[in-house]
Design a protein around this ligand. Sequence first.
Ligand code: SF4
Length: 198
Amino acid sequence: MNLFEKAQAVEGLFVKLEEQSKQFHKEAGMGCISGCGFCCSNPEVPASTLEFLPLAFDLYEKGIAEELAAQLAEGNSKGICVVYRAQSTDLSKGFCGNYAKRGMICRVFGASARKNNKTNLKELITCKLLKAERPDAFQNLTVRINADLDIPLAPAYYTQLKDIDEALSELHPVNKAILLALELVLRFHYYETEGTLS
Ligand code: SF4
């Protein structure tokens, strides 16, 4: 698989996850707080180069990949995801500037579960704000995902990412993952053009 094909395989996985998550949200009725960007304002968001290949190809198509890569390489983004558009001074309110091409971590958060190794029970992967604001709903949902409510299992999706490319699945802080993806895409297109010219 070349880099573009890997990006397409990642998008295919996102479509599958999206379908399962949509069904979960419909039945669970516990979505994110409107306008909240708390998770995206965390500079420690762990992400892989691979999950941001679709974003990097999209930014290349829009003609802004090089500029953004230079900005990230200079460290101007203060660690918070470069795609995030903050709408409050404490940065906790805002939105994703490229929701359609967001990474795997952005998709599994609040819409998936992992298994607790000791209890073997599913635990909802969600934020501390939702847990604090809606403790009863959170508890009910925890019971339901361990009874009859279907929920995507994040580790299974991460395994499928690894199956596409294990080396590119290594985790980094989010902006480093985006930078590495942009650099790969820029190199890919550079060699593609060179090949066309020669
Ligand atoms: S890509 Fe979008 S959803 Fe993901 S961390 Fe960045 S701003 Fe948030």
